[in-house]
Design a binder for this molecule. Sequence first.
Ligand code: ATP
Ligand code: MG
Length: 260
Amino acid sequence: ETEVPENHPRYASLVTRHRIEAGVEAGITSKQGLIAQGRGEAFDYLLGEQTLPSADEAARAAAAVLLSAEHPVISVNGNVAALVPAETVELAAAVDADLEVNLFNHTDERVRRIADHLRDHGADEVKGMAADGEIPGLSHARGTVDADGIEAADVVVVPLEDGDRAAALDAMGKTEIVIDLNPGSRSPRTASVPIIDNLIRAVPNVTAHARDLDGADDAELRAIVERFDADAALADAETAIREGTFDTGDDTGDGDDTGD
Ligand code: ATP
Ligand code: MG
């Protein structure tokens, strides 16, 4: 990470890439995770690599949903573990949620490595190894979860979830919070609370809102959730992308990104 000069106009994006690369090298992130990262980067570029006000509202609604939950679970995959391990552990602590490793391309070895990685970043218990529960309607490999984790959860945070799994979790009656940079992807379109933002910004932002809402009563939390409009949030992100009202960080005005 230190090889990237901090004054580089694409600093944040390059650091993110290095983290994903390191995740692949450490056996935490899958090769498909690299492709997902590339898709995400394209959308983040179009969003100006910043949190839209509508995404900030979504993050606040997500915090309110998590604080109101009986049994919230944060699902962690290889990209989440590579990009925001400490921030994800902090979010779980702030809202008293379980952490569960849940992979689209499951191997026991990778689940174990991710769980160890989260523990290195301060996690206490990490679920995902029991694999004694299921999400109905999916193949065994895709639908295996922990019975006392995601299967029993009322609220699940599923960053970068695959569309089919998001739909299957929805069919189980779970309240889903999806973090995804593509407002057109099926997973955020299935979510009760879609946060159209980069994981790197969104995860600590939900934690900050949760801390801010600490001590709020049920009525206040419920009002925040009821005020949130998922369709409007998706539409707002799509408009921002289409209208291109973004700042690419190249302030030279020559249209490229070299900063020259
Ligand atoms: P589906 O419609 O089934 O959901 P998809 O287009 O989302 O398909 P994937 O390959 O699962 O297909 O895409 C990965 C998703 O993860 C993309 O939508 C991408 O925007 C998102 N993504 C990748 N990196 C990040 C990140 N750092 N923060 C937020 N979202 C990200
Ligand atoms: Mg998706």
